[in-house]
Design a protein around this ligand. Structure first.
Ligand code: SAM
Length: 269
């Protein structure tokens, strides 16, 4: 069976991954098990071993210079040696200060990590201008810095103050988790453990792929990454084992075809 592009295939990610052509993928967005919830699919004996296994498999599927974003908790790649397979460029902290659960015996965890890996030394893509964020610097300070010769005439020109904004850095506090009131939420059941904000996934896709590139989402949930890929003219391969989530994701994709942004809930339980 050939894998169909630009749709969500229902099945087990590990089985389907075998069918992906080696060295064909530009970007992998992997928002799979974290090993922390009571969902059956999230119960893995060791999240580190699970992730190392994924990293090995992904490394054969990525093109040289291709990128992987791996989601997890702070210890998700601790004490495993991923270096023979991929290079870790950045551990992005997705900061969520409004988390309601409060730790009683230790500090409340207020972030997820998104591990940004590259196959080889240099990424094929890093479309910084597509993901710049507002630069909140006082005008007076800015003007003073702009007059410094190393900034105006330096090797990198005016890199410190770019009118388009700045590099988002590696701590992202500007993208909020979805809430019950979020318009893009597919169902209350997908809050927190499943659905990610479109803005978060869009930053990854825009930074590390270009139109026409092939993006792989092996744990597609309710289809956030496929929706972003379709909206931004990326080709995609997406896998999800829960048929109801697949239906919800396909319905989101269809709504894009009809030019609607409003989501209709496809009976997720
Ligand atoms: C964190 S959710 C992904 C959410 C997605 N990013 C979104 O915004 O909708 C992880 C998903 O992986 C799916 N999953 C877990 N193990 C899987 C496997 N072996 N094969 C396919 N899907 C799997 C789960 O059903 C779940 O929907």
């Amino acid at each position: 069976m050939m894998l169909e592009e630009n749709t969500i295939t229902c099945g087990d990610a590990f089985d389907l991954l075998r069918k992906v052509e080696d060295e064909s993928v530009d970007l992998i967005v992997c928002d799979g098990p974290y090993g922390v919830t009571q969902n059956e699919w999230d119960k893995v004996p060791s999240i580190q071993d699970f992730n190392l296994n994924l990293i090995k498999r992904f490394s054969t599927k990525l093109k040289e210079g291709g990128a992987l974003y791996l989601f997890g908790k702070q210890d998700c790649i601790d004490f495993i040696d991923y270096r023979p397979y991929l290079n870790l460029k950045t551990k992005i902290v997705w900061y969520q200060p409004s988390r309601l659960a409060q730790g009683r015996w230790s500090y409340t965890n207020n972030y997820d990590v998104i591990c940004f890996f590259i196959k080889g030394k240099r990424p094929n893509r890093f479309n910084l201008d597509d993901i710049r964020v507002a630069q909140l610097v006082e005008l007076e300070h800015r003007l003073r810095c702009e007059r410094v010769p190393s900034v105006t005439d330096g090797k990198y020109g005016k890199t410190k103050f770019n009118e388009l904004g700045k590099n988002p850095g590696d701590v992202w506090g500007d993208i909020k988790q979805l809430t019950y009131k979020s318009k893009e939420l597919v169902s209350r059941d997908t809050l927190n453990t499943i659905q990610k904000p479109e803005k978060l996934i869009e930053r990854l896709v825009l930074a590390s792929s270009s139109p026409g590139d092939l993006v792989l989402d092996p744990f597609a949930g309710v289809g956030t990454c496929p929706v972003i890929c379709k909206r931004n003219d990326r080709r995609f391969l997406a896998f999800e084992m829960n048929p109801e989530f697949v239906a919800a994701g396909l319905s989101r994709l269809e709504e894009l075809d009809r030019g609607q942004n409003i989501l209709r809930f496809a009976n997720v339980s």
